[in-house]
Design a protein around this ligand. Sequence first.
Ligand code: PNS
Length: 167
Amino acid sequence: MRRAIFPGSFDPLTMGHLDIIERSVSLFDEIIIAVLNNPDKNPMFTPDERCEMIQEILPSVKKSECCLLVESFAGLTVDFAKQRNCSAIVRGIRAVSDYEYELRMALMNRRLEPQIETVFLMAAEEYSYVSSNLMKQIFTLGGRVEGLVPELVEAKMREKLGLGVRF
Ligand code: PNS
């Protein structure tokens, strides 16, 4: 049983995250999309809201044998991964600029838990500039984010900001 964890803030899930999930499903039998519960980051969505959104969006992921689960967690990623018997941590890399941060995290996680490997997947080029923070900023300032976040996420951001339904 190849079980992996895909940890992140997912505040909110972007098309880049979805792309990484789609790429991971052929590599693992089970993937836990692990939503970090970290109030210090002043998130737009609560962990429950993020998990619910992801649950609703997951059926749009290409059919495969892989089982996709969504859970929130607090504390160390490696502790959660170990608790859930995951042997790999999946992380997406968009551009070279992500690499240094991701490398540091992967090496630290390996030091903490040598049995757990980090697997880097390259996001599709068209999402190389997409991040949750940028999406929130653009959206909040009235910019267009269509095609860069799932439709449900855009609708939930509108709701969150009291912008009403868009026709
Ligand atoms: O989507 P993000 O915000 O880039 O995800 C970062 C995340 C959640 C993977 C990272 O901050 C993390 O693992 N946080 C949990 C605490 C932890 O394990 N810290 C040590 C990492 S070396």
